[in-house]
Design a protein around this ligand. Structure first.
Ligand code: 1CP
Length: 341
C-alpha cells in the first residue's frame, strides 16, 4: 500500500511519508530547462508531455513519497471563460470580475482536458507505491484572484465584494464549486490517488465569512465528489485560518488536514479527530536558511507531532532553496540524520 494512503486511512507510519508543496518548480534546474521551452505558463500547464515530465522530476531527484500534478489553481477561471496570464516577476493577471460577468460566464470545461491527460501519463510512469496528488484551489481562494485581478496582500476588495454583494458572491462560489468538483472528479477518474484543496487565502476572515466563503463551498465540492462515487482521500489546506480550523475539520468533509507554519503541532492533535492525518508544517523560510536552524525545526516537528503524519511544508518551496537541504530533510526523516548546508 502507498505510505500516504496508509497514513490518510488513519494509521501512523514509523517513518512519516514526505512530499513538499511546490516541489516541482523553479528551485530545480531540470524544471527550468523544461519550463524555458514554453513562453506562457498556462500553455505549459496545458502541455501534458511537459507537465507530466516536471511532475515526475521531484520523484527522480528526491524519491518523494508523492508526486503532485503539475498544474495551477488558476486554470479553473479559464474554464469559466476568463482570461488568465502569468507575467514574469508579477504573477497572475486576470480580467477583474464585475457582478454582471457572473451571470454571463462562457463556460467551457473542455479546456481542462489536457490536465487529465497529464494525470494518465504520470500515473503510467509513477511507481505504484508512490501517490499522485491531484488538486484544485478552494472556491474562495480562486474567487479572490478573479475579483482582484491579481494576487494582493490582504484581499480587501474581494472581502468587501463578499459583504456587499451577497447574491453575486454566492453565485460565483457556486460556479466555482461546480467546475472544481468536476475537475477533481475527472482527475480522480484519470488516476490520481489523493486530492488536495488549496485554500491559500483562508486567513483574516471573520468566523461568519469563513463559514460562508470557505466551509460551505468546500462541503459542497466534497459532497459532489462523494455523490459521484469517488472515494479517494481529500486533504484540506485552509492556510493561516486560526481557530476556525476547528469548524473546518468538523464540517467540511475532508479526510485529513494540512496545517500551515504557525500551527503548533502538539496542540492541533487535540482539536481534531484522534486518527485524522496531519500534513505539514515545516517553515519554508527555515528550508531556505538551512544549516542548524533547519535541522532543529525538522526535529521539533518529528518530536511534537502525534499520530498519523505526512511530512510537508507549511507553504510552498521557494525558488532559492538549496537542493542539498531538501535532501537533508528527507534523510533526517528517513535515516535520522541529514547533511544540512
Ligand atoms: O513560471 C513558473 O514556474 C511560475 C511558478 C508557479 C508554479 C511552479 C506557479 C505560478 N504555479 C506553479 C505550479 C503550482 N501551483 C502547483 C503544482 C506544482 C507543485 O505544487 O509542486 C500547485 C499545487 C499550485 C497551486 C497554486 N497556485 C496556489 C495554491 C498554493 C499556494 O502556493 O498558496 C496558488 C495561490 C497559486 C497561484 C499562483 N500560481 C503561480 C503564482 C505566481 C501564483 C500566485 C501566488 C500569489 O498570489 O502569491
Amino acid at each position: 500500500m502507498q505510505k500516504i494512503i496508509n497514513v490518510l486511512s488513519g494509521n501512523k507510519e514509523d517513518i512519516a511519508p514526505i512530499w513538499m508543496m511546490r516541489q516541482a518548480g523553479r528551485h530545480l534546474p531540470e524544471y527550468l530547462e523544461v519550463r524555458n521551452t514554453t513562453n506562457s505558463f498556462i500553455d505549459f500547464c496545458f502541455s501534458p508531455e511537459k507537465a507530466a515530465k516536471v511532475t515526475l522530476q521531484p520523484i527522480h531527484r528526491y524519491d518523494m513519497d508523492a508526486a503532485i500534478l503539475f498544474a495551477d489553481i488558476l486554470l479553473v477561471p479559464i474554464a469559466l471563460g476568463r482570461t488568465v496570464t502569468f507575467e514574469k516577476g508579477i504573477g497572475p493577471l486576470l480580467n477583474p470580475l464585475s457582478t454582471k460577468d457572473i451571470s454571463n460566464f462562457q463556460i467551457n470545461t473542455d479546456v481542462l482536458k489536457p490536465v487529465y491527460e497529464t494525470v494518465c501519463k504520470v500515473r503510467k510512469e509513477l511507481d505504484r507505491n508512490k501517490s499522485l496528488i491531484g488538486f484544485c484551489g478552494g472556491p474562495w481562494t480562486v474567487a479572490t484572484y478573479m475579483l482582484e485581478g491579481k494576487g494582493t496582500p490582504n484581499k480587501e476588495l474581494a472581502k468587501k465584494f463578499a459583504y456587499e454583494n451577497e447574491e453575486a458572491i454566492n453565485d460565483l462560489l457556486d460556479y466555482l464549486v461546480a467546475i472544481s468538483a468536476e475537475y477533481l472528479i475527472k482527475q480522480a477518474e484519470a488516476g490520481v490517488d489523493v486530492l488536495q484543496i488549496f485554500e491559500s487565502w483562508a486567513s483574516d476572515l471573520s468566523p461568519y465569512l469563513f463559514n460562508k466563503l470557505v466551509i460551505v463551498p468546500t462541503k459542497k465540492i466534497i459532497k459532489r465528489i462523494r455523490d459521484a462515487g469517488v472515494n479517494i482521500p481529500i486533504i484540506g489546506f485552509p492556510k493561516n485560518c486560526g481557530l476556525s480550523i476547528n469548524e473546518y475539520v468538523k464540517s467540511s468533509g475532508i479526510t485529513a488536514i494540512a496545517v500551515s507554519t504557525e500551527t503548533p503541532l502538539d496542540q492541533i492533535r487535540g482539536l481534531i479527530p484522534k486518527n485524522m492525518a496531519i500534513q505539514g508544517n515545516l517553515d519554508p523560510l527555515a528550508l531556505r536558511i538551512g544549516g542548524n536552524t533547519l535541522k532543529k525545526q525538522v526535529q521539533e516537528i518529528l518530536d511534537k507531532v502525534k499520530g498519523p503524519h505526512i511530512f510537508n511544508l507549511g507553504h510552498g518551496v521557494t525558488p532559492d532553496v538549496k537542493i542539498e537541504n531538501i535532501k537533508a530533510v528527507i534523510n533526517h526523516i528517513r535515516k535520522g540524520e541529514g547533511n544540512y548546508v
